[in-house]
Design a protein around this ligand. Structure first.
Ligand SMILES: Cc1cc2nc3c(=O)[nH]c(=O)nc-3n(C[C@H](O)[C@H](O)[C@H](O)COP(=O)(O)OP(=O)(O)OC[C@H]3O[C@@H](n4cnc5c(N)ncnc54)[C@H](O)[C@@H]3O)c2cc1C
Length: 383
């Protein structure tokens, strides 16, 4: 077991941290306040190659391993969880689905474009009546004379209104296609693919989240990603990988809040001469110490899952454990650090309030904490 990061991993971590501190952190509060997606930040992502982190160079990617990917997402999450979610959903969900399940033509057509950031990617599974139970989606795909016709609605699609490439799930009405899910890749502007309501959110407000309406969307066979009727398994594989990446974002939020807590306590000690045996200070120190230990523990869990992925071993249980622990930690850390700020924690000027609002999504999205518990318990009871 080697706990040291390699020079290439440290190098990309440093570059992303510098980008965040120089370009993202000074501006992200403004995008959050205005609830605006930042194309300015996307330019920075392109420059650093962060829209094709995991994919081999032959598809225009950077060819980084999953540990480096998690480090990148932690740095982004510490700065701006909205931007981190853009990077995560673009890489882990849309691009990775095409990479894992697409044919060679689809990979060569879409992955370089996505990696260069010419188009952002979106991955649309969730519907108004189906999220955790993905197999119950209602969007239909009917094959007529060699063309698929899709009808239905998607909700809470990240990059829904700003993407250029969409992976969309539908259910086959025809039992000969396994009566299961089929994934389709299609492009912005396709007749019958319309963007609906853009969600107004409590947190991750500068991440774009929108509804999609499919009304008679016609797609030829070459838009099917993977085997018709068999996309449920692909979706679960994609989500497993996504959970490892999303852990990085959640750990970044927890670390960001912890750093703000440390800064606040230090400043009060120095400015107001509060003695170390002051009851309030001792309580705050305990919170900070416990959170520091938990952030480290969550990061080690994430590294284990990332390492299993890189070695091509089974990682589903470890990914769920990592996502459960880090998502819950993001919420706990931001809540406890806000408490340390006392009444200042209730102010929109408090640097932790954005982390606090952002953290909630990481207990909800890409499989809620309850769903992670369900997955982990299935493994425990099967062993
Ligand atoms: C900001 C944001 C961005 C998102 N981006 C995307 C995206 O890009 N693509 C996409 O497809 N989806 C996206 N989602 C959707 C998200 O993944 C789902 O909201 C999530 O998976 C939960 O599904 P649901 O909304 O249907 O909730 P439900 O499944 O209805 O769950 C509601 C509650 O019931 C609990 N629950 C459900 N089933 C069980 C069970 N069997 N046992 C115990 N508890 C259970 C859940 O944990 C939750 O607390 C996004 C959501 C948000 C908020």
């Amino acid at each position: 077991m080697d706990f040291n990061l390699r020079p290439d991993q440290l190098e990309i971590q440093r570059k992303v941290r510098e980008f965040c501190e120089r370009e993202v952190m000074p501006r992200c509060q403004e995008y959050d306040r205005k609830e605006t997606f930042s194309w300015e930040f996307v330019e920075g992502l392109k420059r650093l190659g962060l829209l094709g982190i995991l994919f081999p160079k032959e598809y225009g990617g950077q060819g980084f391993d999953n540990t480096a990917y998690c480090l990148i997402l932690e740095e982004l999450g510490r700065a701006d969880a909205s931007l981190a979610l853009t990077v995560e959903s673009h890489n882990s969900l849309c691009s990775n689905h095409i990479f894992l399940a697409g044919d060679e033509t689809q990979k060569r057509k879409y992955l370089p474009r996505l990696a260069r950031g010419e188009s952002l990617g979106a991955w649309a599974l969730t519907e108004p009546e189906a999220g955790s139970d993905a197999s119950s989606i209602k969007t239909t795909a009917v094959l007529e004379g060699g063309t698929w016709i899709l009808n239905g609605s998607k909700t809470f699609t990240t990059q829904g209104s700003v993407a250029g490439v969409y992976v969309i799930f539908a259910k086959n009405a025809d039992a000969s296609h396994g009566n299961g899910l089929t994934a389709f890749v299609c492009e912005k502007g396709a007749p019958g693919l319309d963007v609906g309501k853009v969600e107004k959110k409590m947190g991750i407000r500068s991440s774009d989240t929108a509804q999609l309406h499919l009304s008679g969307l016609r797609l030829s066979q070459d838009h099917v990603v993977g085997r018709p009727g068999r996309a449920f398994r692909d979706a679960m594989r994609v989500l497993d990988g996504g959970r490892v990446g999303i852990s990085g974002v959640a750990i970044g939020i927890a670390r960001g809040a912890l750093e703000e807590g440390i800064r606040w306590v230090k400043a009060r000690k120095e400015e107001f001469g509060i003695r170390p045996d002051n009851v309030g200070l001792t309580a705050a120190q305990k919170v900070l110490a416990d959170l520091a230990a938990e952030v480290d523990a969550a990061r080690l869990m994430m590294f284990r899952a990332a390492d299993l992925m890189d070695r091509g071993e089974k990682f589903s249980k470890e990914a769920s454990m990592s996502k459960l622990l880090s998502g819950d930690l993001a919420m706990k850390a931001t809540t406890q650090v806000l408490d340390i700020f006392g009444p200042h924690g209730a102010s929109m000027d408090c640097p932790v309030q954005r982390y606090f609002r952002d953290a909630k999504l990481y207990q909800i999205g890409e499989g809620s904490s309850q769903i992670q518990e369900l997955i982990i318990s299935r493994y425990l009871l099967a062993d």
